[in-house]
Each structure stands twice: as structure tokens, then as C-alpha cells.
Ligand binder design. Structure first.
Ligand SMILES: [Zn+2]
Length: 255
């Protein structure tokens, strides 16, 4: 039985995600921005929360953990992090660990940069990547705690996943990301196509997520900082991928 994934809004622009294993009735929430919408989504489906898989310590990803844990007695999986900023964790995971959600398997990839503790969950069997605030559709997270080389390395790890994987990210930032990306690559046909799609989806009040990783590799300029053509667009011919990535991210910060 295939896993079912539900996407719904939380807080102002976060995504809530549930992944449900029909074979065992296990259900995981990927992060917990706030309890209310997650409980409502569970009630709609008649599912019971068994696990919360946390990606990083930011408040808009863990704000609902305490209430959900108290209500469901669910297991809380969190990144291995010496600073133990995340409360209520039952299991700490690191790169390469595999987390079971019923019979579903989630592989842990350490993707630091946005925060030092940031991890992503890869459900290989479901071809689903939960990348939270490392990789957004047509964008990437801000580099708060890590360094630019560290963040670029994390993006390369995610880019290495197959094209037919679906990207589930932490925020509905796609429209703003598209607007910025078009200032760098106005002639990118894949980006133009995504811009049209995003316009349509947002006009219908629908989420722009998930997107296909193969499409992101073509349309998301942050995943192509090592493409000499991107360096040329930024008047940085011959620059390293990290320098190009830093320039892109800093321009986006100011946009
Ligand atoms: Zn964050």
C-alpha cells in the first residue's frame, strides 16, 4: 500500500505535512509549526499521530511539538545536536540513520547551513524529499548559522537525489523566489514555465508544493551555482561555485 502525503498551511507561510502508512496506520508529521492545523488534518483523515520528524530547531518548526506529544504520546525524532535546543526528543538522528514510520523508511541527510542542526528526510520508497528550510522551490534557505560552503554542500547532497523525487519544503515562498530568480535568469525556459504554473496555483489558492526535483534542477538557480552560464549572468565569469552561490543568496537577501 502506497504512503499518503497531506499538505496544508500552518502559521503565516509554513507547510504542515503528514505522511501516512496505510499498512500499519502509522502517521508522521514532518515538523510541527503549530498543533491546531496538524490536529485538524489528522481528524479529517481519521489518523493518529505516531511520530514527529523534526528538521531543525527554529520555533516555526517545533512550536507544536509539546502539545502534540501530550495529546498523542507520539515519538519525537530530532537532529543530533550537542546544544539540545529541541525539547521532548525521544530519538536523536544523524547522517545516514534510517527512521521507521510504520513500514516506511526515512533516510536522514544532514543538510546544515540554514542552521547547524538542519537535517532532511528522504523517503526513498515514496520518492519524497522533506527538505524544510534547506531547499525551497526555486530558492533555498537563508544561511543563518552555517557558512556558504556548508550550505552549498548541503544543496549538492539534495541535488544528487533522482529527478523523479518530489520536493516538500518548509515554506510557501515560491512566488517570491520566482520573482527573484527571473531577475537572474529571465531567459530560462524551465523557470518561465514554473512561473506560469505558480501564478495559476496561487490564483486558485493552491500550494505550489510538491515540485519535481528534476524540474528544480533546471529552474532553481541556487542548484546551479556551479554552472558557468550562471556565473556569467552575474558577471562573475570563472568564479567558484561557492562564490556564485554566496552572491545569489546575498542578492536574494536584499531583494
Ligand atoms: Zn528555519
Amino acid at each position: 500500500m502506497a504512503a499518503e502525503i497531506r499538505t496544508f498551511p500552518c502559521l503565516s507561510d509554513n507547510f504542515g505535512y503528514l505522511i501516512h502508512d496505510g499498512a500499519t496506520n502509522a502517521t508522521a508529521s514532518i515538523d510541527a509549526p503549530e498543533a491546531g492545523p496538524i490536529i485538524a488534518a489528522l481528524d479529517r483523515e481519521g489518523w493518529t499521530l505516531t511520530d514527529i520528524l523534526i528538521t531543525h530547531h527554529h520555533g516555526d518548526h517545533v512550536g507544536g511539538v509539546a502539545e502534540l506529544k501530550q495529546k498523542y504520546g507520539c515519538r519525537v525524532v530530532a537532529p543530533h545536536d550537542k546544544s539540545t535546543k529541541i525539547a521532548h526528543a525521544d530519538l536523536r538522528v544523524a547522517n545516514g540513520d534510517v527512521v521507521k514510520v510504520g513500514s516506511l523508511l526515512a533516510r536522514v541527510l544532514e543538510t546544515p547551513g540554514h542552521t547547524l542542526d538542519h537535517i532532511s528526510y528522504v523517503f526513498d520508497g515514496e520518492k519524497a524529499l522533506f527538505a524544510a528550510d534547506t531547499l525551497f522551490s526555486i530558492g533555498c534557505g537563508r544561511v543563518f548559522e552555517g557558512s556558504y560552503p556548508m550550505m552549498w554542500d548541503s544543496l549538492l547532497k539534495l541535488r544528487a537525489l533522482p529527478d523523479d523525487f518530489r520536493l516538500y519544503c518548509g515554506h510557501e515562498y515560491t512566488a517570491s523566489n520566482v520573482k527573484f530568480a527571473l531577475t537572474v535568469e529571465p531567459d530560462n525556459a524551465a523557470l518561465q514555465a514554473r512561473a506560469e504554473e505558480v501564478k495559476r496555483l496561487r490564483a486558485d489558492n493552491k500550494p505550489t508544493i510538491p515540485s519535481l526535483l528534476g524540474e528544480e534542477k533546471k529552474a532553481n538557480v541556487f542548484l546551479r551555482a556551479d554552472d558557468p552560464a550562471v556565473a556569467i549572468k552575474l558577471h562573475m565569469k570563472g568564479a567558484t561555485a561557492v562564490d556564485v552561490f554566496r552572491e545569489l543568496r546575498e542578492r536574494k537577501n536584499k531583494s
